[in-house]
Design a protein around this ligand. Sequence first.
Ligand SMILES: Cc1cc2nc3c(=O)[nH]c(=O)nc-3n(C[C@H](O)[C@H](O)[C@H](O)COP(=O)(O)O)c2cc1C
Length: 174
Amino acid sequence: MTAIAEAPQGAESATEITREAFRDGMACLAGAVNIVTTDGPGGRAGLTASAVCAVTDEPPTLLVCVNRGSSAGPAFLENEALCVNTVGPDHRETAMLFGGKTPMAERFSGADWGTGPSGAPVLAGAVVSFDCRVRERSPQGTHEVLFCEILRIQSRPGAAGLAYFGRTFHDLEG
Ligand SMILES: Cc1cc2nc3c(=O)[nH]c(=O)nc-3n(C[C@H](O)[C@H](O)[C@H](O)COP(=O)(O)O)c2cc1C
């Protein structure tokens, strides 16, 4: 299968759709940096995720795509409590901890946490935190798409943001 990508000057380039091509393409898509956490019968866990998206505002719902094979995956499959903590430059190191092959307890040790109404860990000082209850799950390839109803939003309007683009972090002015 091939895809046609148009260069600015009109030159065409065809790319075979491999796993690498997909990843290279996604590296061109800027995304917010989110530390997604959970707690419950499956234990406390979290990972850094860019695959977070608004679904609908009635009822207020977002989705998160979680790799089932990651160390945090089983907890996200079992627990209903979930919090999307969108972070700024202050939490760049924390985002790297949650995005690497770091033991779970160590990930949580580098920041201050509260607890949301769902029971999920809420990151103190996040740009915005969406505390949620997982309402539906959909397995898609290696990932589980979690549809999450938002129970509470805590935000810091005007705070600086952080984006992931070109496989690296970029500060965003508040
Ligand atoms: C910027 C960034 C975005 C990521 N986005 C996702 C994501 O949307 N979903 C996901 O499952 N993992 C995502 N990851 C990978 C996880 O954060 C984590 O690195 C991976 O699950 C590590 O596996 P482990 O927990 O088994 O060590 C992302 C990592 C980074 C650094």
